[in-house]
Design a protein around this ligand. Sequence first.
Ligand SMILES: [Zn+2]
Length: 318
Amino acid sequence: MHICGICSEEISELYVVKEMLIGLRETFEYIKCSACGCLQIAKIPPNLSKYYPDDYYSLQVLKKKKSRFLRDYIRKSVALFNIQGKGVVGWILAFLKTPDPIHLVYRRAGLKPSDKLLDVGGGAGAHVLSLLHIGFKNVMSVDPFILKDVFYENTLIAKKSSLFDIREKYDLITFHHSLEHMPDQAKVISKAAELISQGGRILIRIPTVTSVAWEKYKENWVNLDAPRHFYLHSHFSIKLLAKKAGLKVLGLWNDSVSMQFWGSEQYIRDIPLMDARSYSQDKTASIFSDAQILDYQRTAIALNKEEKGDWICVILGK
Ligand SMILES: [Zn+2]
């Protein structure tokens, strides 16, 4: 018998899940709480670094891009318009470019260019760097697993440090698909709550079991991602976690994408995410037609509207 890491109820529902991102196919036990709905790893493996490939995307050091004035100006104007809903140039140009979905997420989180932002578990600082490029000044990522501090043109963008060593206050604290990798969920959220300024917010982007993808694929659900994801929250359990930390849920919506289907369909056929036949590695060598992928994209959009997609964005505040 196991105890739920979120609501402390006893759990007996067990799943055995294979490592399929790299394709090690080693198995791990996951348990699902019938009280709060949270799916969680039964025991965190001791040697976790083994399950993070050397080129794990979020830990890569970012290379400097060549600056091109006009391209940069357009990108910045459109991004700021999408985040703030302000700016005539950005408004006009926004018709020409599909908005970056992350900018629309920031808009719903109420982010302003003058805000101080901390991205938790942000690897080498990709999210921070993209904000820096469009004029944000007070942005930093914190991640204990990077090799060393990461600078971009003398600005510290990623600090090799734990959230628990941070003392300053922030207007927005973000977890872009990082909270599910962290063992002590209640402690992490309480610490983040402590670090937000008056009127400050926390943005969590995370996979969820309150989804058709989990119901349909279970152990083959690509975003379960054993053993890297320790907690796969339900809508209910993430709200419970927030409540226990004295936080209110100010917004919860879906932003799932087609990968929930093509990735899970590959796992059913024993094709790992990093395999040469994977859609993520080589679209033409994959088992999917363009029409099939388009269908998955449309289904993801429809599920997001019904709040049954497998990724959610949650905004928390006091
Ligand atoms: Zn529970």
